[in-house]
Structures are given as structure tokens and as C-alpha cells.
Design a protein around this ligand. Sequence first.
Ligand code: MIC
Ligand code: SF4
Length: 642
Amino acid sequence: MGNNLVEKILSKHLISGNLVPGEEIGIRIDQTLTQDATGTMAYLQFEAMNVPRVKTELSVSYIDHNTIQIGFENADDHRYLQSVAQKYGIVFSRAGNGICHQVHLERFGKPGKTLIGSDSHTPTGGALAMIAIGAGGLDVALAMAGKPFYLICPKVIKINLTGKLKPWVSAKDVILKVLEIFTTKGNVNTVFEYGGEGVATLTVPERATITNMGAECGVTTSIFPSDKMTRLFLRSQQRESDFVELKADKDTSYAKIVNIDLSKVEPLTAKPHSPENISTVRKMKKIAVDQVCLGSCTNSSYKDLVTVAKILKGKTAAPNISFILAPGSRQVLEALSQSGYLTDLIASGARVMENACGFCIGNSQSPQSAAVSLRTSNRNFLGRSGTMDANVYLVSPETAAAAVITGRFTDPRDLKISYPKVAMPKKFSIDDSMIIRPDKKKKAVEVYRGPNIGVLPRSPELSDTIQGVVTIKVGDKITTDHIIPAGARMKYRSNIPKYSEFVFENVDATFAGRAQEIKKAGKQNIIVAGLSYGQGSSREHAALCPMYLGVRAVIAKSFERIHAANLINFGILPLTFENESDYDKIDQGDELEIVEARKIIAGNGKFMVRNKTRNTSFQAICILSERQKKIILAGGALNITN
Ligand code: MIC
Ligand code: SF4
């Protein structure tokens, strides 16, 4: 029996465990990436490990999230990150160079390598046949220190692509189709491996749109084979020498095979407020649109933006549309500018933003009250745009362009113009001058620490008895954006006491204050949640800030992978209801008691939780590997890594 692509790459990197789905494995990491919003914590943790230089083949620190810089905080963070990069042998991609995933694909990704990044869209690298995984900053710091990355060996689902996309339908519609099939829940510890003859029709940037948004399904990663298209892309980036052919063996098997006929995919949209709320664009009944945002790490390749430029040539954005353009990288922006397409976009009324995350994370271009905003980005969680009552729809660049012209939701096939053909440039003009490589000769580098760089909080070791209060009870699909908002609050990422004031701000603004009171009273805070708790980003602040506020356990119906790992890393117990109906028998404010917690963690992980307020009990489980047990008992990974 042959191997699939995932098995091939994982087996070459396996350090511990067996490649049996469901078992914990440790793998060697070749490359890491960080971005500024998660990077400061990752590097503070790396510094605490006392390792003189990173031990990976390549580690890159990107500045792309917090580039608005209202106040000194973000600029101070950037300086800190630049000095740390210089000191520890990390490549530094300056603000202005582009969004980490786009730049990594262009300049650094290599078929067959492993990559972890402190950002949930790191799987974008799967477009280049990498095993590319999003993780918390601490896990990335450990990988930089040469330690293995631990994960549950995933089951592999093959997505078998046949046929060819029709005009006006593009890669975004394919991943929205995948989201319609798999939804955002229930896909943890799974990898989507794309195969079938349809793969050959998709360029690497198109594949990247698909692997990028696999993150929304909650899979560990997504991967495409490395083939002729991969070679062409690497050649266009003048790094053909990085090419190796990689594909699954013919006689391999998969946990499941799902077929998608590309020729049958239609223009789709994800309706508010979840990437899984899929509808055809046709059904959207020409709703009036207020804002169109083109860009983000999902859809801002050269092809995406030139396609839109060609559709919009000679036309002006409808009067009701605020048209935002944020190219994915400086390379894309330069190529647009050199080819003249930028002029066409500007002429059509595009408001050209910096090539950074910007609107996608809500730290600029929040739409008007109750707006309808069409975005080519990957997440439309409630409030993420910065406007709580805005309705954000995720769409392809083609559907975005159609709305710019008509001012309404419009199936781009109804524009009645011919679909522009856009060829990928054979060669991009390569300019890596905004990438600073560490100077090997320069010896002592002083790390710059502005007043925004705080100290790392730690939590005490796990106590045997948890006297807790249900500080908040939330429902299903709570995202990390609900737990700790980004946008305007993101500038406090390096200042945990301040940032913690905003935990659950958009769900219940009294949470942080109440949690502090409970902590002061010597009790512990407990969060009760429904299905798929911690969807979305990799931000470890969604664990770190609750930890700072004295949260010791989350009891949920189920957890998403990265967030569960982050909770463990920061000493918070991720408990799952043995019986989901017990969720209905708890209320906010109930006092819960867990006894012999240490013994149970070290043993079978089956807890009896007593609800003292209602005088009832229920079972909750926390099955951990031996490594995770040590972390939880110690009160978090930081208490044992050095
Ligand atoms: C996101 O898209 O939500 C982010 C902002 O890129 C996050 C990282 C962060 O919160 O800093 C992610 O996807 O991991
Ligand atoms: Fe940036 Fe948005 Fe991509 Fe996250 S999803 S990395 S915020 S562009």
C-alpha cells in the first residue's frame, strides 16, 4: 500500500509517536513564521528559553497586522521584533513588505517542508505542498528553539477535483463549496489533501486561496501536490531550484474521498456571521451593498487583482460603494503598478490601502452602521469588521468587482461582459530589499523594549481543588474574536494586563471586571461553552488573557484544535461534557467544585464536577497526552520549558 502526500511529508519529519490517526506525534519543524500581533509574545517566550540562536532552517518575523500605529505601541513592538530578529538569527520582513502568508508563499515556501506559524492561516503554504500549520506563539517559540511540534496525527480526507472552473467562477468559490460541505465544526485533527485531474488547472495562488480558508473548517492543514504548476510558480519567483515533485502514491488510501466537479461550482458567498453560511450569489436578490473590500491573505494575488482591474476598466465605483483595495504584498503592488493595472483600479475609485491585514482584522475601514460589506477575506465573524451591526459577506474577487459596478449583490455572470483572461507573469520582478537577513558577524544586539512590552504573566501550578464560579456561559461557535477582540484593541497585544480588560468585550463587557472580583475573592473563574469553542485565529491571547484574569477551566461541548492547545499551554483545563445535555443544567453564576484535580489529570482524566448551587453533579473529561499532563499540572508550558 502506498502513501498519501501527508504521510510522506510527516514520516520524513517524525520525531516521536506513530503515524496513526488520533495518536500524538512530534514532528521536526523546518520553517517558522510569526506576525507582529502574535509575534511579541512568541519572542518574549523564546527569549525566556535562553537559546542563543534559532535552530530552524528558516524563521521569518513579519510585520503586517498592526501597521496603523495609532499611538506609540505598535511602532515600539515593531522595533522590539526587529532587534530580536537580528539577535537570534531571524529573517525580518519589514512593514510595507506585505501579509505574511502571501510573502511566505512568494519568497520562502518550499515543497516538502514543514512550517508552523503563529497565525491560523499558515496552511496557505499547503499550496506549495508544505505541511503548514497554525499554532500558538509558544509552540512556535519552542519550534524555533529546536523542539518538536506536537499534534494529533490527523486523518486525511482527499478532496478529489475534476473538471475545470467556468468563467466568472474562481478559487474562492471552490473553498466556499468546501465550507458548505464540511462546515466550520467537527473537522479537528483532519487534513484536506487535494488531488484529481482538476488540480492541474489551478495555479499556486488559486491553490493558496483554497488552503488558506481550509482554516475556517478547523482542519489541521490543507495540501496540494507539487507539480508543473508549482514549478512554474517557483520559476516566476526565480527560485525554481526549490522545486521537487511531490504527489500521493496511486495505491494509497484516505479516511474519506469527497468529489468536487469544478465545472459545476457557481459563484458563492458566505453570509453573516460565519464562513459556513453558504448561499449562491444568484440567491442574494441584488441586496444593496455599502462597502467592497478587496485583498487580505486570501484573495490578493496578482491574478485576483488584475482580474478586478480588467473588469472595472473604464468604470467608476457606484456612488453608494466605498471600494477598498489592500494588495497582499509589495511584490503584487509593484507588479500592478508596473503593468498599469493599478492606474485602472485607482481610476475606478479604489481607495488604495497599505499592503497589510488592515480591514480584514477590523483595524481600519470599519463600515458604516448596519452596512452590507462584501469582502474577499476569510472571516465574517460578528463584529470583526469593527462595526457590531455590520453584515459582512465573503465573496470572490469577481463577485466583489460586480458589486463595485452595480452597487448591489450581483452574480458576476450577469455583467454581460466577457470574462477577462489573466495570465500569471512568467517572471515577477524580485526585490527582497524590504527583507532584512540577520547579520552573522554583528555580535551583541541590544533588544529594544518600549514601554508597551510587558512581562509574561505566569499561572501557579494546578491546585488539587478548584472552587470555581461560572463567570460566563456562552453558546456554540464562540470564536477567538469573541473571546478577545482584535481591531482597535489589538495595539495592546504586548501588554497583557491592559489587553485583558477586553476579554469577551463584545459578548459581555462586564466579564473582565467580574472575573477580577472572583479572583480577588480567592475563587477561580470557569467558562461554560457549547460546540466548537475557540474557532478562528491562533491568538494565544484568547488563553493568556483569561489566564491572567484567573480562568482555570473551560467546560465545553467541543474545542477547536489551536485554541485547545493554547489553553493547555497556559494551564487552563479544557474540559468536555461527557454528556452534552449537562450544558443545559448549568447557569452563569453557579458555583462549581472539582476535587482531586491533580490526581485525575495524572490518571484517566474523568472529572466529577459538583454544581454546589444546584446540588447536582456531572462528568467532564480531559484526555491529555503525558506531555500535556505535565504542562497542565505545572500551570502552563512556560513553567517547565526553562
Ligand atoms: C486573524 O485572521 O484572525 C489573525 C488576526 O490573523 C489571527 C492572528 C492574531 O489574532 O493575531 C489568526 O488568524 O491567527
Ligand atoms: Fe491578516 Fe486577515 Fe490574513 Fe489574518 S486573515 S493574516 S488578519 S489578512
